[in-house]
Design a protein around this ligand. Sequence first.
Ligand code: PEP
Ligand code: CO
Length: 468
Amino acid sequence: MSAAAKVTEKQISMDGESQMETNWRPDSWKKCIATQQADYPDPEALDRALESLASLPPLVTSWEILSLKSQIAEAQRGERFVLQGGDCAESFADCNSPIITNRLKVLLQMSLALVHGLQMPVVRIGRFAGQYAKPRSSAMETRDGTTLPSYRGDIVNSPEFTEAARRPDPDRLLQAHSRSALTMNFVRGLIDGGFADLHHPEYWDLAWVAHSPLAEEFRTLAEGLGRSIRFMETISGQRAGSVKRVDFYTSHEALHLHYEQALTRQVPRQEGWFNLSTHFPWIGMRTADLEDAHVEYFRGIRNPIGIKVGPSVSPGELTDLIDRLNPNREWGRMVLIHRMGAAGIGEHLPPLIEAVQKAETPVLWICDPMHGNTETVASGIKTRRFRNIMSEVEQAIEVHRSLGSRLGGVHLELTGENVTECTGGARDLSEKDLERAYKSTVDPRLNYEQALELAMFIVRKYPQAPDQ
Ligand code: PEP
Ligand code: CO
């Protein structure tokens, strides 16, 4: 542990929570060990970029953040289901109209299948408009005797294996902010303009899946819903206004602490600090130790927050983290995103659920069935088997149910593009298919059919309300 981390711990034990709160500043994370950060060769250029960033408008508002928090509180009470999904990493090049609309279409189709099948409102959270920073298992990468800094996401450097591309460039922080703003602006425009209007589910058709049996199944479901809505409208003589738009929230792994700090702001008539770069930041598995700089940063912001919980976390570590991040046991604040792998969830999840139940603190449990199921096939390609993804979700539903807890949502990596990155699913993609349309520079994503199939699978496996 660093001297700085020791100081923090000493202050906490001397003065308790109130001291912790007053000691927090948007930059107090700098006293702790910050892992997974880029090493910028020109610190002055970094300072200049951060200064510009801090003067730019934020990407979201505190009102939106608080409304998401109250929706998460409802989900914690069992009244909503959370669908969080998007790319493993966004790229600057993919900030374009077709990619953004296709991803939105998949998320809207999945959420409609879930709303209809689970008979409860869904909280829609994209992994987009800021998902530009990636944790890496090693700071450097060596190829054919040449060693360069690892690719850390477009917010830091570029994936090509050249010295220039891999050099961390502070101007990318500003580019990440503007690409996030462009994405946000377009998503808001689409949603407010009627793209999510249930009277027109045909807006969400993806051209390239016209002949998929799943697209057909979805169309039948959407048409049935459309007919019910028109029927209600005819009977009541009123247009059903609330089906015209939906709430859509953004999220990303708040990994790059300089960037997050520059967008952490106070707002008039609200207490405390908000991270206004996104509605829902989460802490990745590799940076979620109690004394980590990321935990120090997260404890002071008022957003609802996620923590990735992997198989190595002990029950005591998890409850300590929750105490640190939500000492007042606020509803809507904590989302635990477990990612154990299909082979490990049965062993690792139950003790964690029991410890949190004993602590009597409100949390929402959601399952990330992607990151514990990544494997590398003989050809060297990273993939995930659809059957393992389904199995982890199914086990998650069952483990929670058997302990009197509840799986409140899923966290997925998916895309609206026609990719072949995960094997299996309706078209039974094989290892050979991976070579055909593998576009991800980081983790393999579900394609449209696999994503929709998973939503329908969740509906089939989810415990139904007693009166259904
Ligand atoms: C991710 O969500 O892309 C990720 C890196 O996950 P984790 O921190 O759970 O490994
Ligand atoms: Co990933």
